[in-house]
Write a protein that binds this ligand. Structure first.
Ligand code: ZN
Ligand code: ZN
Length: 630
């Protein structure tokens, strides 16, 4: 490893890494130049009589679990003058960081009284701060450490980079990366994964990959894990899975449970059930099936890939379950339209003495809203803060708006939004707008759109919903006006996109798609298919197609090549009879495709599982699990 006190800062290399200008880096590096090594780097030692007294004081911490208990020990700490002893303060801070974060301020207060804290002490406080709700304090402390001429070591950087990640402080993170390079620590196995995490949390996935690619020792499971997680968290599941395959191709590289968590969440994002099942087998074969987190990720994966039975099986076979595991299963039932099962499970969870958290309640409220259980939903929402002391968040409010909206209680929904202790967000208004659309309330819809436009004017979805509402109500002048407005504001529609996984490959289709290599065959097939469906009663629902000068036939043709129909047709063509067809769509499924899917499930005797932006639709024997309620 190069000397820690390397010569001139290599700003060019830093700039290449971080994308910062050399000038900016010059500033960052010059304020961060190391001067001389730290005075004490040894293990904390306790000596003499005082040492014994401190030892006794510290041993009091063993059973201390609450801040009240800690306050009693605080008096002893001050009485025995513990703040005069650096190693004791270090241990106290470490205790607070990991066990009792509420007491961290007091520990830091003692740290402030030490005249010349060493690197270990600085590192410990930075580590503590990085875990708090105000991680940026670790970065300030790092700067202070540099000012006091202390040289950061390979424990300092992971702490401060973790803090940058938690605070999404990209500029600071980049400057620290510069210093890492400057000190020649850019091949350090402890620091590199935290650099990747920092860039990933700041949504700089390309920078994260650059760090990963330049690793001298890339064959480190930890770095692979960091990069795979970075992709998964930044919604790039394909890249995550590609890297996972690369990882498997390396000999002596064994995935850990952390790898599996990210791989499973990528499968969930893609709706890639086959790959998810393969990972499940891997989990069983390699003894990860006792890991609560892995099992919870499996439940989530199966639920999001449309297989609620597999999710339930994993849940039932879990040797032990924690709150996230219960929540995952409740959410799974909820998004599959099994509202009653979700609520029964919630009752069972409470009987078993498990405490629900905010995710559990999301599942519970979602279950109520998608099953039309208005009274129950209201009751559970109230119990959140009253019984469990959980403050509802924006997503819980969203569920409530959805609950009222779906049940057609639009005025109550509107009142609820306006009575909130926070300023209503776009998502809340959009939930209400969707409800107006479903119930055909154009007047309230227009009103809601006004609220949305106060916040944001450029989202095509709102215009499309409003325009479709007006179209369904036959208000073609309004439709025309909305189209004109969209044009003036330069807004284009987000294209509908549906995907289907066949033999481990994910095929994507866009509405009206002529791009897919098989599009010709598919269009031909859909033409035939629609005629077949008509024989058993399917009527294309052209009410929402803007009809400027379009003939009825043309309108039908626009509907016919919607992305979800293309994906389903592709599934019919490329899977053996009787296989379940699983499709994922980026927007809400349209009414016509919903109706067509029901008929296809009947005529072709296929189960179709369609995941749209909001929920799952299970089509079987001509009906859908949502009961037309979506
Ligand atoms: Zn459609
Ligand atoms: Zn449905």
């Amino acid at each position: 490893m190069p000397s820690l006190l390397s010569e001139k800062p290599n700003t060019k290399r830093v700039a290449e890494f971080t994308g910062m200008s050399e000038w900016q880096l010059g500033m960052a590096v010059s304020t961060a130049l190391p001067c001389h090594p730290p005075s004490s780097l040894g293990q904390p030692k306790l000596e003499g009589q005082n040492g014994q007294a401190h030892q006794r004081t510290l041993s009091l911490l063993k059973g201390c679990k609450t801040i009240e208990e800690f306050k009693q020990i605080q008096a002893v700490i001050i009485k025995t003058n513990l703040q005069s002893d650096v190693p004791s303060v270090t241990r106290l801070i470490r205790f607070c960081s990991f066990t009792l974060p509420d007491a961290l301020d007091f520990a830091v207060h003692l740290f402030e009284q030490i005249s010349q804290p060493d690197v270990i002490l600085f590192n410990t406080v930075m580590g503590g701060y990085a875990r708090t709700s105000c991680p940026i304090r670790a970065v300030s402390l790092f700067a202070r450490m540099r000012e006091s001429d202390l040289l950061p070591d390979h424990y300092s950087f992971p702490s401060v980079l973790k803090a940058c990640a938690n605070a999404t402080a990209l500029k600071e993170g980049e400057a620290i990366h510069g210093l890492v390079i400057k000190l020649g620590l850019d091949d350090n196995v402890y620091i590199l994964p935290t650099l990747i995490n920092m860039y990933a949390d700041c949504e700089q996935i390309l920078s994260a990959r650059k760090v990963f690619d330049k690793m001298p020792e890339r064959r480190e499971v930890v770095s692979f894990n960091s990069m795979i997680t970075a992709y998964a968290r930044n919604s790039q599941p394909n890249e995550a899975l590609a890297l996972f395959r690369e990882m498997q191709a390396c000999d002596d590289m064994k995935p850990t449970y952390v790898t599996l968590l990210s791989v499973l969440s990528s499968c969930a994002l893609l709706g890639a059930l086959q790959l998810g099942k393969w990972v499940h087998e891997y989990v069983n074969k390699n003894g990860f099936d006792v890991n609560v987190k892995v099992n919870t990720a499996l439940i989530d994966m199966y639920a999001k890939c449309g297989s609620i039975d597999d999710a339930k099986q994993v849940f039932d076979q879990m040797p032990q379950r924690d709150t996230p595991a219960w929540s995952a299963m409740i959410v799974a039932f909820a998004i599959h339209g099994h509202g009653r099962s979700a609520l029964l499970l919630f009752e069972e969870m409470q009987r078993k003495g498990m405490l629900p958290d905010n995710i559990t309640f999301l599942g519970v409220l979602y279950a109520c809203s998608h099953t039309g259980l208005v009274e129950e939903g209201r009751r559970y929402f109230d119990s959140m803060s009253r019984v469990y002391g959980i403050e509802p968040g924006i997503k819980h409010y969203g569920c409530m708006v959805d609950l009222y909206g779906r049940a057609g209680l639009l005025d109550e929904a509107y009142e609820f939004v306006q009575s909130l202790p926070i300023k209503p967000t776009l998502i809340l208004w959009r939930t209400l707008l969707a409800a107006c659309a479903v119930h055909g309330n154009v007047e309230l819809g227009k009103h809601v759109v006004d609220h949305i436009f106060e916040v944001q004017r450029s989202h095509s979805g709102d215009y499309v919903i409003l325009s479709n509402m007006c179209a369904a109500a036959g208000r073609w002048d309004d439709v025309k006006a909305i189209r004109k407005l969209m044009k003036e504001r330069g807004i284009t529609k987000v294209p509908g996109c549906s995907s289907i996984e066949i033999d481990n490959a994910v095929h994507e289709f866009f509405s009206g798609d002529g791009e897919h290599p098989h599009s010709r065959k598919l269009h031909g097939m859909l033409d035939q298919l629609v005629e077949q469906l008509k024989l058993v009663g399917y009527v294309p629902d052209t009410s929402q197609v803007y009809h400027a000068d379009m003939e009825e036939e043309e309108k039908e043709a626009t509907l016919r090549y919607h992305s979800e129909k293309l994906a389903i047709a592709y599934g019919l063509l490329n899977t053996p009879p009787g296989t379940t067809i699983r499709v994922v769509k980026n927007l809400r499924v349209c009414g016509d495709c919903h109706s067509a899917a029901k008929f296809i499930s009947l005529v072709f005797n296929r189960e179709i599982v369609l995941r749209d932006l909001n929920r799952f639709h299970h089509f079987r024997n001509g009906t859908c699990s949502c009961g037309e309620y979506w």
